[in-house]
Write a protein that binds this ligand. Sequence first.
Ligand code: URA
Length: 251
Amino acid sequence: MNREEAILRELNLHPLWKARGRPDVVHVQAAPAAGVVVVSQPMQTAEVAVAEAAVPVSERSREQLIGGLGWAELKAQVHDCSACKLRAGCTQTVFGVGDEQADWLFVGEGPGADEDARGEPFVGQAGKLLDNMLLAIKLKRGSNTYIANIVKCRPPGNRTPEQDEIAACLPYLQRQIALIQPKVIVALGKTAASALLQTGDTALASLRGKVHDYQGIPLIITYHPAYLLRAPLEKAKTWQDLCLAVQTIDV
Ligand code: URA
């Protein structure tokens, strides 16, 4: 058995099958940055003013500031951030890792204990599975891939980040996306999907298997690797989602 087959076997995906046909493309409106209103028709000046007035000035100016940062300043801002209560309970911020001009962006939920200790996303058991998922589609951490999370600080006890924490942290990821300009985004799990696409409480099972749209960038939603460790039979669906992402980027 060669190396690729061994990786696929580890993912319960051997023997290999390939998805046929064109991706099933649907368009789901991406979550706009707070204060930014995405519309299909140009808005009248008065409408823009009303939309902007709905967002507090302090939030608007913080987002505008973050939206203008380069990599070095953005890293410094995240490092020094105390915009929500998560920072007080974690060891360090976890910015993201990889190729800053990557075609592929993988987005998880938030750091766990291992990531909090190491300062890098997906370095624990779930991270090992993510690395194997990458290898299965001929990718490697750090090479043409970038890995980031919705929140940069570990939630206590690995709980799901709360809405105010997501809202405070999302401008950092939005800026990372704008700087990277990936060709495809893979959202790992429901928290990443709902933060990026405002899909609310929609079940992941009904979000996966389609190409969504995040501000013009194709976005694929699949299961979180930590969930796959608990539900290994779902790995086959994740393989389908990764194949869809490969097809999407190859078009
Ligand atoms: N789970 C995540 O969502 N992100 C990490 O970085 C690690 C585990």
